[in-house]
Design a protein around this ligand. Sequence first.
Ligand SMILES: Nc1ncnc2c1ncn2[C@@H]1O[C@H](COP(=O)(O)OP(=O)(O)OP(=O)(O)O)[C@@H](O)[C@H]1O
Length: 288
Amino acid sequence: MEAIRGFYENYIRWSAASMTLSDVLEIAIFTYFIYHIILWIKQSKAWILLKGAAAIFAMYILAVILQLNNIVMVFNRIAPYVATALLVIFQPEIRRALEQLGTNHLFELFSLSSTKDKVAENADDTIDAIVRASFSMGRAKTGALIVIEQKFVLNEYIATGILLDAIVSAPLLVQIFEHNLPLHDGAVVIRGNRITAATCYLPLSENKTISKELGTRHRAGLGISEVTDALTVIVSEETGQVSLTKDGQLYRNVNSDKLRELLGGTKSSEKTQTVWDRLRKGRKRHEK
Ligand SMILES: Nc1ncnc2c1ncn2[C@@H]1O[C@H](COP(=O)(O)OP(=O)(O)OP(=O)(O)O)[C@@H](O)[C@H]1O
């Protein structure tokens, strides 16, 4: 208790008393940048590692406050090595951030608008197009892998493919995955209502429980759903079955209504509902 009081007296009370207007301004600017850096980190793989680093830092602060000098000394000794290790671990993210800065995308990097249009809200007609294309390809036994971006920005996977930036439509999706055409290999990534890229390479799942009859297309679909919040539709070239991966789960051989539901769309049976019906249903759900 004494230690905490001492910390308050020495640092917090003293700092608060001697604070000037420019200090407040500096704090506000720092807060703004730290907030946006954290938002950006949250959209990348670094977030998981950063949470661990934040827990260790919290322990360090606690050790300082409680004056656990030996622990503080150990932390101080290993801090430079940890900093070097973090630079190595975060190297891909840091490189991408610097690349973005270099290509004048500073505002995109620090702005919420970078997630605009990309967040989950795939309109019903986009979902419809994905569902129609998937089952049409299934009937023709054309293999396909369609990744639908959610909150986690998939730039690092998009970068492995060929950029398209075209409005999602069923004929276009079917055309992309047409056998022997240059774009058919790998995955298509959809952001909002646009096909952002094709031929993208996805991480393969290491899941040991996945059925042996499923090959790398399904492993790739599962892999991306283990490391991001993306939804992935897989059409099997062998069986024509349509499957979906979400949060590291594989939903095998789904029908069109189930697929639409998992993608967050409206079931075909619900399509005849009026707007008023939908509003009433939404109100009831909130009233539960
Ligand atoms: N890491 C990957 N990222 C993106 N696409 C991949 C990846 N690995 C494989 N694919 C795609 O999957 C195809 C190979 O599918 P494979 O036959 O091995 O899988 P499968 O799960 O058995 O699917 P199917 O039932 O369609 O045969 C490749 O031609 C490629 O288009």
